[in-house]
Write a protein that binds this ligand. Sequence first.
Ligand SMILES: [Zn+2]
Length: 370
Amino acid sequence: MDNRNLRQLFSTSSPYNIEENDARFLAAMQETVKQVWNSSPEYRALAATFSFTPQALRTIKDLERIPPIPTLYFKRNDFTLKHGIGVEVTSSGTSGQFSHIRYTAAELLMLARMAVTLGRFHGLFSGRPVHYVILGYQPSRHNQMVISKTAYLSTWYAPALSRTYALVRREGEYRLEAAALVRRLLRCSQGRQPVRVVGFPSYASFLLKWMKKKGKRCRLPAGSCALLGGGWKQFAGLEISKEELKELFWDVLGIPAGGIHEFFGAAEHPVLYCTCGNGHFHIPAYGRVLIRDTATLKPLPPGETGLVNLLTPMTASLPLMSVMTDDLGVVRPGETCGCGIRAPYLEILGRVGAAGLKTCSAGAQEYWNR
Ligand SMILES: [Zn+2]
């Protein structure tokens, strides 16, 4: 089932021009909703409880009428409407609950275009070969977590001289090879080729604090930078602030604040968000974010704090059109950032009832504390 509007949306060359992309977004969403509606009796039943039908989606304002489905629903229900040929991604999680999402080749191509467009916009491409130090899992056929794939994908923005992973698979299990990683960084600081540190912000903070404690500081060559990101949850409840993390990068590795780029995305919301020069996540053309009242679930005006509801027309293989997270956040008008991007930006403030839900960030801390 071809969704021409979806293809057009994902091939936009102005990823933060809202006016230009609103009509395409709506048209793509209408098509995706129709496809999911037609192929899934489960979705029709669920939509009925919200008195929602595809005909209700007429204007961009109507996006709020699409039933928001909690991310936990996808972790518990492994239901796939159509099996495309392509890659399956699994969301991060240590509790044994995963979301399985399968993309067709055409959809993967659209996602790749998104990554290229945003990479260009944010100046992530470089022709100069770099050493990658990846604070994450070495990819393998045993590991389909979306984070290791995004970490691997972000090593395509500049040619790789080498890739060194923090978590290496040996004898059937992942082992943290911290000492080897630090040796690698120190050796790179003696050379001339830039280094790109890729991975979770939480892992980066544990590594940098550990290096600082052990007195292992270095100055990485000019042009070195950090590409931080992974799961959505990686930004909620970080023990240290973004400012502290930036200071650590400068203090321990000599990477300036301007060289720190953050990303986020989630298995249940395949849209890439990248920080602007002021460190804000402006909402790109491929997604929309609604903030809902925690009690009534009614959409809130900009500037008010509530539950983060993520929308995208990407894929009809699961009803990912409107996903309800358990994160608290706020959407602010783009103009209040000052970087020049006019699209509104999202700030994640924390989680609702975080107890009981273990994320990969918690897992990481256990590793580094050993
Ligand atoms: Zn900005």
